[in-house]
Design a protein around this ligand. Structure first.
Ligand code: ZN
Length: 63
């Protein structure tokens, strides 16, 4: 057992056996990739294009 916290939800993940390591689940892996992609997209925008609404961090849902 080599437990490390999931980068997204901090749930312990067994790095030796977890299929989605270092994430605890496909959901966390997908969510992380989505966050990275949206960040990249945001950086590609001209600052003037931002109205301010796009900078609000999405509140993690406790599910
Ligand atoms: Zn997770």
């Amino acid at each position: 057992m080599m437990l490390r916290p999931c980068p997204l939800c901090r749930k312990p993940v067994d790095l030796e056996t977890a299929p989605w390591r270092p994430f605890c689940s496909e959901r966390c892996k997908t969510r992380d990739l989505g966050a990275w992609a949206s960040e990249d997209y945001r950086l590609a925008q001209e600052p003037e294009a931002e109205s301010g609404e796009g900078w609000t961090e999405e509140t993690p849902r406790a599910d």
